[in-house]
Design a binder for this molecule. Structure first.
Ligand code: EPZ
Length: 417
């Protein structure tokens, strides 16, 4: 297993290019199952989750060719409707094969993803929606078994906003007979990106990015060429890193419009942020103000940036109250941040962060993707040496993060344990 060793104290300086978005690439790669032609995807990030996705698609019969950030997928030879436990347990987003398989093969057998470090992560809303479209759903031996004689359009009301639930049903409804309306749909930029891809393939989707999406089913979809949108969470992670280290960085190849809530929140801490076209200039300030935070579905402040923001608040001047409203257990990074000297008190889904003068380096353990990022950020500013272990969590969702930080002047390196 690898670990990352950081000697804190270097202000980040220079330019960084943002990679393609993991949470856009995953559903878009799975959408290749909806057509029997050769799809080509560019600006695909190099991540463990992308590798897991390619392995799963291959196990279903898709033919895949890829080099670096370009991936070609041809699902003409789709001959298996079963996604195994071994593959699904590695990546919960594998549940995104369910909608496409039912739509294309009229059946699917997908291992239940199970929970993960940040919460139970149920998929009841995915299943309820598929059933509304006319799929017969059975839960047996840890698998979801879905089958249909043919999906039919329906009105689906989501009890709460679910990103992959909206994506699964948008893909399934694209090939259903008739009109589907998704009410209380998730509004993330990754939903819009997937709808744009499906429409390029011939789907008839309107309203993506709003709380109401209308999908008029079509008989078939055609293969397409797609460039993956930039990763807003990676960009947000670099904004927080520049604020933390009192650095001065230019973030390029990003989409500032996807980060308005994050930019606004970081400005409130006193960080200077200038947006220009597809770039964000971030200048950290000596005085970091304590600011309260509440995570919300898009366009609110994203839960995937909560841990990174918390790290910034650990060295702010004052007390910050951070409320996590999306996942029930997304404070796992707190105990590790305390090992670095942070003063954080948890009560339910609230964390009270009292700023301290300095963090001090120590060995810490990564537990989930964004928690790992928050620990690396802490190491960048902690005095002395910080070792972040189990960084396979980080590799799931960040494309060579430590190399990008090193290029910005951080004293950081990856070593094999
Ligand atoms: C997506 O997860 C993202 N993953 C997550 O990013 C992100 O944190 C999350 O959306 C919220 O923004 C991908 O896009 C691959 P949800 P998803 O369904 O779709 C509850 C990262 O770090 N819920 O929007 O799994 C659920 O428990 C990852 O990149 C149900 O109750 O999240 C949660 O409380 C982590 N029943 C809330 O909804 C369901 O059927 C939002 O979950 C579905 C969800």
């Amino acid at each position: 297993m690898d670990k990352i060793i950081i000697k804190g104290g270097q202000p980040l300086k220079g330019e960084v290019k943002i990679s393609g978005a993991k949470n856009a690439a995953l559903p878009i790669l799975f959408s290749s199952l909806l057509t029997d032609g050769l799809n080509e995807y560019t600006n695909v990030p190099v991540l463990q989750d992308i590798e897991s996705t390619k392995t799963l698609l291959t196990s279903l019969g898709a033919k895949i060719q890829s080099e670096k950030n370009r991936v070609q997928i041809d699902a003409k030879g789709l001959n298996n409707y079963e996604a195994s436990y071994d593959l699904v347990r590695k990546m919960r987003a594998s549940i995104l094969v369910l909608g496409p398989l039912v739509a294309r093969l009229k059946k699917a057998k997908v291992s239940l993803p199970g929970g993960c470090a940040i919460g139970a992560r149920p998929i009841n809303l995915h299943l309820k929606g598929l059933a509304k479209l006319g799929a017969r759903i059975e839960l047996k031996d840890g698998f979801v078994e879905a089958s249909t004689r043919g999906l039919k359009g329906a009105i689906i009301d989501f009890d709460l906003k679910t990103v992959t639930g909206t994506e699964n049903l948008m893909m399934a409804a694209s090939l259903a007979k008739g009109i589907t309306i998704l009410n209380n749909a998730a509004q993330e930029p990754e939903i819009i990106a997937l709808a744009d891809v499906l429409n390029k393939m011939g789907a008839q989707i309107t309203g993506a990015g709003t709380h109401k999406i209308r999908i008029e089913g079509v008989p078939c979809l055609n293969p397409t060429l797609v460039k993956i949108i930039p990763d807003r969470i990676e960009a947000g992670t670099f904004i927080a890193a520049a604020a933390l280290t009192r650095g001065n960085i230019l973030i390029k190849n990003c989409e500032p419009d996807h980060l308005t809530a994050v930019i606004e929140k970081l400005k409130q801490t006193g960080t200077k942020i200038i947006v220009k076209d597809k770039t964000i200039l971030v200048q950290g300030s000596e005085h970091i103000g304590s600011v309260d935070l509440k995570t919300m579905p898009y366009p609110g402040f994203p839960t995937d940036m909560q841990a990174q923001f918390m790290t910034l608040m650990t060295i702010a001047n004052g007390v910050s109250m951070i409320t996590e409203t999306i996942f029930e257990n997304r404070f796992i990074h707190v105990s590790e941040l305390r090992r670095l000297g942070a003063d954080i008190t948890i009560s339910g889904n609230n964390a009270m962060v009292k700023g301290v003068k300095n963090l001090s380096g120590a060995p810490v353990m990564a537990t989930d993707l964004r928690a790992s990022a928050s620990l690396v950020l802490a190491g960048l500013v902690a005095g002395g040496i910080t070792e972040v272990r189990r960084i396979y969590h980080l590799d799931r969702g960040y494309d060579r993060l430590e190399a990008k930080f090193a290029r910005l002047g951080a004293d950081i390196k990856r070593v094999r344990e």
